[in-house]
Design a protein around this ligand. Structure first.
Ligand code: NAD
Length: 297
């Protein structure tokens, strides 16, 4: 039987892109991918996808192009570059950018793509690596209703809570708010961990009971073991959260919203990065609190 599902090109097979693209393959989609690391291309091929040698080759026959790269400069490079998506994708293709980038970059991308006959959605996600693997991501989408409706079956294979938030850029604005909430939550948990340990309380017991009450959170559920075992293998890198704190701080300033606690946490993330911890998981905010509390870490 021929495969009538849209053909997918996937650009950016990192911590998130690899498991997400594999979920599309499991759902029956034909996926052709491109990324910078050869071992990630090998992983895609082993999972039943096709590895392309360039972005142009990956997107040429695709009905839907999905991008999942670190930040705005990479999105701009893969979209606008000479070998990029806008010059090589089919007229009528749908470009879904799932990276977390500035809302303005998404708005500009949609405008520039329209001139080439390519439709765009911004569709950043929340739920972390585990959410990607388990296909339970929250997907916050900006763009036109008709494009959202067309993309919905693809989103359904990747996530659980899928919401069109408004016009182009809205998904990114909601994602920026998400990153504010997550960072502040991790910081509060990290401060609690140091306080509890210095007080001599059994940390495992404390975190278990806290997580059952009003202090409980998805952050605590997902990051509890990172705190307990000082396991800071990423996950979500501090470098990326630093980028996101910059996005939310800037976007809030543009609309006149004050983020006093967010601003402090943004500084703590920046400081952690400056001390060489940028490649660690964002639960490593614990290390910043430990340093401030006099520990040698
Ligand atoms: P990552 O660094 O693990 O992966 C990024 C991938 O992009 C790499 O495989 C790299 O090869 C590829 N890439 C970069 N430039 C490229 C180019 N020019 N051409 C082709 N491929 C290119 O990052 P990640 O953790 O997967 O995050 C990706 C995006 O998702 C970021 O915007 C991040 O903020 C967001 N995000 C991450 C998480 C998480 O928990 N890791 C959760 C939600 C959202």
């Amino acid at each position: 039987m021929s495969n009538t599902l849209p053909k997918i090109a996937w650009i950016g097979l990192g911590i998130m892109g690899s498991p997400m693209s594999e979920n599309l393959i499991k759902a029956g989609y034909q996926v052709t991918g491109f990324t910078l690391e050869q071992e990630k291309l090998d992983r895609l091929a082993a999972a039943g996808g096709s590895a392309a040698a360039s972005i142009a080759e990956a997107v040429r026959d695709a009905d839907v192009v999905i991008t999942m790269v670190p930040a705005s400069p990479q999105v701009e490079a893969i979209a606008y570059g000479p070998d990029g998506i806008l010059d090589n994708a089919k007229q009528g293709a749908l470009l879904i950018d799932m990276s977390s980038i500035t809302p303005q970059t998404s708005v500009d991308l949609a405008k520039n793509a329209r001139g080439k006959g390519i439709r765009v959605l911004d569709a950043p996600v929340s739920g972390g690596e585990a959410g990607a693997v388990e296909a339970v991501l929250s997907i916050m989408v900006g763009g036109d209703q008709a494009d959202f409706d067309q993309a919905k079956p693809v989103f359904d294979a990747l996530g659980k809570t899928i919401v069109l938030c408004g016009p182009h850029g809205s998904g990114q604005t909601v994602k920026a708010a998400n990153q504010l909430i997550v960072a502040v939550n991790i910081q509060a948990c990290a401060e609690a961990v140091v306080f509890l340990e210095k007080s001599g309380v059994n940390l495992q017991a404390a975190l278990d009971v806290l997580n059952g009450g009003l202090a409980g959170s998805t952050v605590l559920t997902r990051k509890k073991d990172n705190f307990l075992n000082r396991d800071f293998k990423p996950g979500f890198r501090i470098d990326l959260h630093h980028k996101d704190m910059g996005i939310v701080t800037d976007a809030a300033r543009n609309v006149g919203a004050a983020l006093p606690v967010g601003a402090v946490v943004a500084q703590l993330v920046a400081s952690l990065r400056a001390q060489g911890d940028g490649g660690l998981d964002h639960s490593a905010l614990l290390r910043a609190v430990e340093r401030l509390s006099g520990a040698q870490v």
